[in-house]
Design a binder for this molecule. Structure first.
Ligand SMILES: NC(=O)c1ccc[n+]([C@@H]2O[C@H](COP(=O)([O-])OP(=O)(O)OC[C@H]3O[C@@H](n4cnc5c(N)ncnc54)[C@H](O)[C@@H]3O)[C@@H](O)[C@H]2O)c1
Length: 256
């Protein structure tokens, strides 16, 4: 692995499992010093310890993106321990609500409210907390994790899609408002990615996997490392002239 991110100080918010955990590992592999922030502090700690065991630099902090004070405290602690901030991957989502996110008429309002609180408002809180530090670095990068759900019409999961559409709008706002001050903001939009936790849990029905593969012009399912690789690029100097984009990483399931 190249040291493309040597010297970069990066926080990954939503890093205990899945795509975020893979991103922590990838960023550290490329030389970054990484703060793994998550509501699941035990999980984030395990990810950071795994990085350190491999010779990388990472540590964990607790963060609940639904709570402003928690986000601010986590980012302050990260910045203190990193000695500044060059990049942020804002990736957290409450994936438990997605199964009860039925349709616009039927969905319980507490499911809608929780989805928006974590998956959209939480990203605004993270943006407000990290931006002053990225501006101090004068070349900071933010990458948010959105979803193809924001673009493809689906008969279910309206709250999730609305949150991700709002997140794309937040990203474009940040890119246009602070681009001239050295900030880039982009979204990575995964197609379906089988995380190690999903695989271990065995909750994804084989028929669903068959449907995904049938709808995707590729040879395999998406893996967490596929997304982590794009996040690493967007947080590196190779990504400095990518700004305000939703970058699809989906094996071709949606071509836009
Ligand atoms: N896996 C997919 O197929 C897929 C597809 C498109 C988009 N995404 C997006 O990728 C991102 C990561 O998803 P994943 O599939 O790796 O799932 P995941 O559940 O493994 O990861 C989500 C992470 O966010 C954390 N989190 C949840 N609530 C939080 C809170 N209130 N505060 C702080 N952290 C919190 C979780 O603990 C977890 O570490 C999400 O934004 C998701 O919407 C995933």
């Amino acid at each position: 692995m190249t040291a493309r991110l040597e010297g970069k100080r990066i926080i990954v918010i939503g890093s205990a499992t899945g795509i975020g955990a893979a991103t922590v590992r990838r960023l550290a592999d490329e030389g970054a010093h990484v703060c793994a922030a998550d509501i699941n502090i035990a999980g984030a700690q395990a990810v950071a310890e795994g990085v350190v065991a491999e010779g990388g630099r990472a540590f964990a902090v607790e963060a609940d993106v639904a709570e402003e004070a928690s986000v601010n405290a986590a980012v302050a602690s990260a910045v203190e321990q990193l000695g500044g901030l060059d990049g942020a991957h804002v990736n957290a989502a409450d994936m438990r609500t997605i199964f009860a996110d039925t349709d616009a008429v039927d969905v319980e309002l507490d499911i809608f409210d929780r989805t928006i609180a974590v998956n959209l408002r939480g990203h605004l809180l993270c943006t407000r907390a990290v931006l002053p530090h990225l501006l101090a670095s004068k070349s900071g990068a933010i990458v948010y994790t959105t979803s193809v759900s924001a673009h493809c019409a689906e008969p279910q999961r309206p709250s999730y899609a609305m949150a991700k559409s709002g997140l794309n709008a937040l990203m474009r706002h940040v890119a246009s408002r602070w681009g001239r001050e050295g900030i880039t903001a982009n979204c990575v939009a995964p197609g379906f990615v089988m995380t190690p936790e999903m695989e271990a849990g065995g909750q994804v029905p084989p028929q669903f996997i068959e449907q995904v593969l049938a709808a995707t012009p590729t040879t395999r399912l998406g893996e967490v490392e596929d997304i982590a690789a794009m996040v690493a690029l967007l947080l590196s100097d190779d990504g400095r002239w990518v700004n305000g984009q939703v970058v699809n990483v989906n094996g071709g399931s949606l071509m836009a």
